[in-house]
Design a protein around this ligand. Structure first.
Ligand code: FAD
Length: 545
């Protein structure tokens, strides 16, 4: 009986659902839970072999969340909030993965998740008013559903470096975003690391602990703030647990999804001494968000930003012994905070060790990977292992990686050829009954994503509840509302310093990708109000039929 949930063969034989969800990370897990609560039949399809998404794939040494444990967690289960024991201020990948596995068990989610199953495409069948979803993998074949929800992640399509020759390399190589499950032993090896974004900066000190030598290939230095991570403070845990509802509310009302008060002063309205004192105070908190929110104009005023950037560069110069190496590590060609700012544990200190070497690819460009290692314009670096910390095709990689076709067979990839368009980052004109969790045009990666994800899941669940209770079959964004929101997203970014950086927020890390700012910079609180107003006005800007 394909409708019997206790029959394991029936589970994979079933092909018709109310909702198909793609992805079993933070988003997909909670979406499934909410759909069940609405009494809808749902299945989650996931390429990986386990739940966790980001925290399943990114098992590289040092992988860690830059949002504090107590805030990077679900708020929907108040008992879980009270029971779950985080061990560190900032949670490591194994700990977050364990947490998400626990959530899956606790809410019995696994029985509706099909692992090792990749969605290759989905076609909206206009006559039937249904999505036909093509899959490959263990439970391959076609599924059909009234609604399709993508929970495919903003940072889930790893990007390879743009250098030839990787296939000729005789040693072992790994991408941080698809790290093997078994322990990788670097002891006694000469390891090269390409990429100095968030992942590289987390990984380098860990690899340096075991490796015979580490060569870090840097194209663009990044700003990084030390985490001051350690065992979680039991007083903090008690305080947060006691005040969770209020603290969650503060996070939801904030700009970046963490409960920090909004800055009120400009960096330029205080004296240089006062600024130095206050930046040190914020720096000592071990939080990049604390530094970014020291003043209210760091992301909009070039002079204000320069002050903060210079402050961070001074901290790098303070730590790194060799002044020449320190200067190479100092970012200069983009404002602080306009490429994803990093957080580290001992990154800059690592360059004081004799067996760690920094190669400046701006001076000596990377030419190729060779059988023996990596060749730059002036040298061949012999290596036993290579780590690619080269990031992701962000925001749209996984979404457009599927061949999604809406009305009249229009391909989503074609619609997004000049950059993604979206109404609220949640829906797209011409693609009825499709919802995109943390889609382009929502705050997503510019916030604590746990907050952004819960808000989206809850909004989608409420929309589905509305459709069910009013007997509405279809919901679709109006082209005009979509165009207006897309313009608003781009104009909001245009008023900031974000446009000055060649960031992955702008697609600049992927050759040929349109240069369009894909994230809504208005802040999660402001954004939530917009979404709530749309819903309260009977889903204004959507066509319901
Ligand atoms: P993901 O966790 O990316 O899950 C998406 C899932 O969809 C994946 O498992 C993928 O396999 C699956 N999938 C994709 N396409 C298909 C398909 N076609 N068919 C089947 N399955 C598919 N966020 C923060 O807020 N703070 C942080 O400090 C932070 N640090 C991060 C560090 C790293 C290294 C990375 C990569 C991300 C980090 N993030 C951070 C962002 C993180 O991705 C989100 O916080 C969150 O985990 C996203 O959850 P998700 O479920 O939306 O997406």
């Amino acid at each position: 009986d394909p409708t019997d949930p206790t029959d394991p063969t029936a589970r994979t034989a079933r092909t018709t659902y109310d909702v198909v969800v793609v992805g079993a990370g933070f988003s997909g897990l909670y979406m499934l839970h909410r759909l069940r609560g609405l009494g809808l039949s749902a299945v989650v399809l996931e390429t990986g072999e386990d739940v966790g998404g980001t925290w399943y794939w990114n098992r590289y040494p040092g992988a860690r969340c830059d949002v504090e444990s107590m805030h990077y967690s679900y708020s929907f289960d108040p008992e879980l909030e009270q029971e779950w024991e985080w061990t560190e201020k900032y949670p490591s990948q194994p700990e977050i993965h364990a947490y998400l596995r626990h959530v899956a068990e606790r809410h019995d989610l696994r029985r509706d998740i099909r692992f090792r199953t990749t969605v290759t495409g989905a076609r909206f069948d206009e006559a039937a008013g249904r999505w036909r979803v093509s899959t490959e993998g263990e439970t391959g074949g076609e599924l059909e559903a009234r609604f399709l929800v993508t929970a495919v992640g903003c940072l889930s399509t790893p990007k390879q470096p743009e250098v030839p020759g990787l296939e000729t390399f005789r040693g072992e190589w790994y991408h941080t975003g698809a790290w093997p499950e078994e322990h990788v032993d670097f002891s006694g090896k000469r390891v090269g690391v390409i990429g100095t974004g968030s992942s590289g900066i987390q990984l380098v000190p860990e690899v340096a602990r075991d490796a015979a030598s580490v060569t870090v290939f840097q194209r663009t230095p990044n700003f990084s703030v030390p985490t001051r991570n350690g065992p979680i403070d039991p007083d903090l845990v008690a305080h947060v647990r006691e005040n969770y509802p209020q603290i969650r509310q503060e996070a939801r009302r904030s700009g970046f999804g963490v409960p920090l008060p909004p800055p009120e002063r400009s960096a330029l309205e205080v004296s240089a001494e006062e600024r130095e004192r206050y930046l040190h105070e914020q720096w000592s908190k071990g939080s990049v968000t604390a530094v970014l929110t020291s003043y209210n104009d760091l992301l909009v005023d070039a002079d204000a930003n320069h002050v903060a950037a210079e402050f961070v560069r001074d901290r790098i110069r303070e730590v790194v012994d060799d002044p020449e190496v320190a200067e190479v590590l100092c970012p200069r060609d983009f404002p602080f905070g306009t490429k994803r700012p990093c957080m580290d544990t001992g990154y800059y200190e690592t360059f004081n060790e004799d067996h760690v070497r920094l190669v400046d690819l701006r001076r000596t460009p990377l030419e190729s990977v060779t059988p023996a290692g990596v060749r730059t314009s002036d040298e061949e670096h012999e290596l036993d292992a290579l780590v690619l910390a080269t990031g992701f095709d962000a925001m749209t990689g996984a979404l457009l990686g599927m061949d999604i076709r809406g009305r009249d067979g229009q391909r989503l990839a074609d619609k997004c050829r000049d950059g993604p368009t979206s109404y609220l980052g949640l829906a797209m004109a011409g693609f009825p009954n499709l919802f995109t969790i943390t889609g382009p045009g929502s705050p997503s990666v510019l916030s604590n994503m746990a907050v952004a994800i819960e808000q989206h899941v809850e909004w989608i669940a409420a929309a589905l509840e509305h459709l069910e209770s009013t007997g509405t079959a279809l919901i679709e964004a109006d082209p005009a509302s979509e165009a207006e929101w897309t313009d608003h997203v781009r104009e909001s970014a245009a008023g900031t310093l974000h446009m000055e950086a060649n960031s992955w927020y702008l697609g600049a890390n992927v050759p040929g990708k349109p240069r369009v700012f894909m994230v809504y910079v208005g802040g999660v609180g402001v954004y939530q109000d917009v979404c709530d107003e749309v819903a309260a006005a009977g889903y204004k800007g959507f066509e319901l039929s």
